[in-house]
Structures are given as C-alpha cells and as structure tokens.
Design a protein around this ligand. Structure first.
Ligand SMILES: Cc1ncc(COP(=O)(O)O)c(C=O)c1O
Length: 413
C-alpha cells in the first residue's frame, strides 16, 4: 500500500460538507435552501471592475507578470496601506495573490520550520488549520477571552519553546470579534518578548460596526524594518464582493520575509492572473463601494440579529465581519443534529461550529492521526448575515420557529 501523504491525512473543511448537504437537499426537494451557512454577499462588485477586467483581456494584457504581481498595482496597494491602514511599507514587501487564502497558505509555508508551532484561536476559520498543517506547522490553540476576544494572557498561556508564530484574525471568522488597539499592543508585546511572528488576517477589514479596524502592522510603523514581525493578508473578496475574482495581497515585514515569500510564490503561481490585477487597480479607486457594502451588512446585523439575542441564542451582536456564533445549548445539546433538523424541516442551512474547533493529533512526521472537535463547540453554530436581507429575515424567522419546536418538545423534536 502507498504511504499516506501529509495532505491525505488532513480533514476536509466542514464548510464543503455543509455546502454539499444543502445542494443535495435542493436537488431532492426541488425547493431552495436559505443559505445562512455561506459567506457569499448579496451585493455585487463595482461595474467598472468588470469592465477593467474585460478590457485587459480584449487588449491582450494577458502575459505573465512577476511572482509578486505588477509594480503598478503594488505601488497603488502601498499607498492604500499607508492611507487606510497606517502601514509604512514599500511595494517590494507586497505580494499580489489569488485571494488572500492563497496568500495565507504561502505565508505559512514561508514561515514554517521543522517542529515549529503556530498558535491559532480556539475557534478559527477551518482553512487556517488546513493551511497550518499543510505548511508543516504544528497547531496549538490559544483560548479566547470574553466575547471570543484573543488576549495577551491567552496567548502567553499557549506558548511553548517551539512557538514560532501567532495567527490573529480581526474582525474574526466565525466569531465577529474585533480587537481594540490596546489589546493588539499587549499581544505585540508578548510576541516581542518571545520573538514570535504575527500573521494578521484582515480579510474583513472594512466590516467593523462597533469601534474601528486597526491594522496590526500599523503598531510597528515607527520600528526599523528588522525589528518588525507582523505579516498581513488582505482581500478584495469581502470589501468589494469580488469573491470569484480571486484577488488578495500579502504584506511582509522586511526584505528577508519577502525573499522567502517570493520563493513560495515562484514555485506556486509563476504569477497572479494579469487581467485580475487590472481589476484590482480599478477596484482600488472604488473605495466608496467598500463603505456602502459595510453599511449593508451592518443593516442586516442590526435588523435580523437582535431577535436571536432575545431568544437566548446569541450573547451579543458581532462587532464586525459577516458571521455570528449562536449557542443552541438552551434547546439542544448537539449542534450538528440541530443544523440537520433545521435543513430538513425548514430548508435553512447553518454551519455547525465543530469544524471551527478541531483539535488534530499530529505524529512526529507531521501526519494528522485524528481530529476531534473541542467539547466547547458542541452546541455552537455559525450564521452568515451578509446575504440577501429578505432571505436572511425569513431564515431567522424559521430558525426561531424551529427553536420553538425544540422548546415545545423538551429539546427532542
Ligand atoms: C477569515 C478569512 N480569511 C481569509 C478568507 C479568504 O478570502 P479570499 O481568499 O477570498 O480572499 C476568508 C474567506 O472566507 C476568511 O473568512
């Protein structure tokens, strides 16, 4: 028998499983499923972005670029980062990537050394865990504080002599937690004390409803380059609804980090898609759309989610992002069963949070031996509130009706 590869032992993302059951349900019943399990927005990319892409293709601007991406786009991104995010960086440290997902995976590969550990939040986007394992990092999970917020103490408690890097995702998927600048400063101090790298995933940078987004690397703007330790990833997918364009970017803290990242990109991409980079140049001029889109998701949150709080399913409105974590403990002790029943009886999809809290056991050779969910996630589910307002409202109404069914039958409908 062939030996199993490292990738072959890594669990597939729970999100794909939920997609499949919702699609299967639609096929078998012929009825549409309200998809509160997916982070796909109901608003569309700016029209001029489509035109810029088509024009690039029509006029033959389709040759390879460098592995880092077109200089003009990286220069424009450096300006955006300075003006909007408070980064002080240079185009040489920026990499255009096919979505921030690939940027994150590449970044982890560029950072991981043998036996190194990466700290992930105890509730995390499942892809972060896959990327961590594929890069050869060993995952270690740091506890979240009140309201699912990463804390310096939680990170300190998870440190070992092998810790190489910490992943911070603010605004967070799935929790919606947004870190304040003083909380980031405390985490940065721990990273400085223990010589750790920070990976800051800022895919939801524009979606902050209470407080404001702080870009982690802005805390290092007055440091000399060689003293910096924050690598950041950004996306066009969320802010401008450009999910299928596959466009994001990575900002490395210094030349050495950029050199390692370049090797990964040379080997993985050759170059990002050229027409899509032209789309990015135009999208950078459409910043008003990002503000409008954030207001649309915020309106969804403020209209649809309070009823879930009143029903005892949601502790508080998420401060940012596209998702809320609901706790169904009051009605049922098994989130997966709850989600299955909701899909079968009310045609509404939610994602059980078990897949956001897997705890892999990894062998000395880096293979994943098992990956059970943490007990903490047993009654948690994720709801996406970035979709069509009417569907969201109907989905929430049905969710509340289903919850009431559970209550009426003592938790066993
Ligand atoms: C936390 C987080 N980071 C990164 C991404 C990747 O987005 P993209 O690859 O579309 O830029 C997502 C997408 O859902 C996400 O939720």
């Amino acid at each position: 028998m062939n030996a199993v590869s490292r990738a072959g032992t890594i669990p597939s993302s729970c999100l794909h499983e939920v997609f499949r059951s919702a699609e299967e349900r639609e096929r078998t019943t012929g009825r549409p499923v309200i998809k509160l399990h997916v982070g796909e927005p109901y608003f569309k990319p700016p029209r001029e972005v489509a035109e810029a892409t088509a024009e690039a293709v029509r006029s033959g601007r389709t040759a390879y670029t460098s592995a880092e991406g077109m200089p003009a786009l990286r220069e424009a991104l450096a300006v955006k980062l300075e003006v909007e995010n408070g980064h002080r960086t240079s185009p040489d440290h920026i990499f255009v990537t096919p979505g921030s997902c690939q940027g994150l995976a590449a970044l982890m590969q560029s950072l991981a050394g043998p036996g190194d550990e990466l700290l992930l939040p105890e509730l995390h986007w499942p892809i972060h865990l896959q990327q961590c394992l594929l890069a050869g990092f060993r995952p270690v999970f740091y506890p979240l504080g009140p309201h699912f917020r990463p804390t310096a103490e939680g990170i300190r408690a998870a440190l070992t002599p092998r810790t190489r890097a910490v992943l911070i995702n603010s605004p967070a998927n799935p929790t919606g937690a947004v870190l304040a600048v003083d909380e980031m400063a405390a985490i940065l101090a721990v990273a400085q004390e223990h010589d750790l790298q920070i990976i800051s995933d800022e895919a939801y940078e524009h979606f902050v409803y209470d407080g404001e987004h702080t870009s982690f690397a802005s805390l290092e703007r007055s440091l000399a380059e060689h003293e910096r330790r924050v690598s950041s990833t950004f996306s066009f997918s969320k802010s401008l609804a450009m999910t299928g364009y596959r466009l994001g970017y990575v900002v490395t803290p210094h030349r050495r980090a950029a050199d390692a990242m370049r090797v990964v990109q040379e080997a993985s991409l050759v170059s990002p898609s050229t027409p899509v980079q032209y789309a990015g140049l135009t999208a950078l001029k459409a910043r008003d759309s990002a503000v409008t889109n954030a207001a649309l998701v915020r309106a969804n949150r403020d209209r649809a989610l309070p009823a879930l709080r009143e029903a005892g399913l949601l502790a508080e409105l998420p401060q940012g992002g596209w998702y809320a974590v609901l706790d169904v403990a009051g009605v049922c002790d098994d989130a997966a069963g709850f989600v299955r029943g909701l899909l079968e009886r009310y045609d509404v999809g939610l994602a059980p949070a078990a897949g956001f809290a897997l705890r892999p056991v990894v062998s000395a050779s880096g293979r994943t031996l098992s990956a059970e969910p943490a007990a903490q996630a047993r009654t948690l589910v994720r709801l996406a509130f970035c979709g069509d307002p009417e569907e969201l409202d109907t989905g929430v109404e049905r969710l509340l009706a289903y919850t009431a069914d559970h209550g009426a039958s003592g938790g066993h409908p």
